[in-house]
Design a protein around this ligand. Structure first.
Ligand SMILES: Nc1ncnc2c1ncn2[C@@H]1O[C@H](COP(=O)(O)OP(=O)(O)OP(=O)(O)O)[C@@H](O)[C@H]1O
Length: 242
């Protein structure tokens, strides 16, 4: 691995609202101050002037109130959305674990979903088969691996998604709070795996409301407020400020 990097320069992201919001006089919608109206169109500014750089081994935590822009930032880094302004330069293979069910076929078995995910990630069938046993063992799903996804609990889906994503050697892993769905033993295993990933010169970006989780996993923390960076601190600075 040559070393992963992310450079975000002044990223802005504005959503166009498909349905018009109207606010009764004297009542505020939670995001009313960022809804702008232009003629018949309405827009929400979800990210505004976000700049940062990450390099090999960085584990960035994203924290902030509901609607602060954490998920939107992950989606921009994953390429789901093109920033409305600014730019993102990414070097390294990116995989994402947010909205765990995204990309899973509910009618297909766990085993079949491993193959489908592998193919989408760009691996060949024999490469996927070579990793199959290891992925199944790590997920601890046992015989459930041959049952359809729709029979899985949230925690079981999370374990499968994590096992798959980390087995296909991502250099950059983008995650939200999915990890909360796993039980304590699995979280411990998952944490070890994330550490190995960053030791191999990878990068993790993890959005969470859990200060305890960020404290354990991250070396930097970005606090977002209304789509802008309120602070970007080393883990020690951030802990000292709590
Ligand atoms: N598809 C969308 N269309 C319009 N507005 C959106 C869309 N997705 C998010 N938003 C708005 O963008 C802003 C940022 O949302 P985002 O989901 O990034 O926040 P978040 O920090 O991840 O919140 P949470 O902690 O609740 O998950 C919010 O004001 C939200 O209403």
């Amino acid at each position: 691995m040559s070393g992963a990097s992310i450079k975000a320069s002044e990223i802005g992201l504005t959503y166009r609202l498909m349905r018009r919001l109207s606010f009764a006089r004297g009542r505020h919608a939670p995001v009313h101050h960022r809804v702008e109206t232009e003629g018949r169109k309405q827009f929400v500014t979800a990210l505004d002037g976000v700049s940062f750089e990450l390099s090999s081994g960085d584990r960035l935590g994203l924290i902030g109130h509901n609607g602060a822009g954490k998920t939107t930032l992950l989606k921009v880094l994953y390429g789901v959305y093109e920033p409305t302004s600014g730019s993102v330069d990414i070097s390294g293979r990116v995989d994402a674990l947010f909205n765990i069910n995204l990309g899973f076929r509910q009618e297909a078995t766990g085993r079949r979903n491993i193959v489908l995910r592998g193919l989408v990630t760009g691996w060949k069938l024999d490469q996927i088969e070579a990793r199959m046993d290891e992925i199944i063992a790590f997920s601890e799903l046992g015989d459930f691996i041959d049952m359809p996804l729709k029979t899985y609990s949230a925690g079981m889906s999370a374990r499968l998604a994590f096992s798959i994503a980390t087995s296909f050697d991502p250099e950059i892993l983008l995650m939200d709070e999915w990890i909360g769905a796993g039980d304590a033993d699995f979280r411990q295993k998952a944490q070890t795996r994330m550490r190995e990933l960053t030791e191999k010169a990878g990068i993790i970006v993890l959005a969470s409301h859990s200060k305890e989780l960020l404290g354990r996993v991250c070396n930097k923390v970005m606090t977002l407020e209304d789509g802008a960076i309120k602070s970007l601190q080393s883990i020690d600075e951030w802990k000292a400020a709590q």
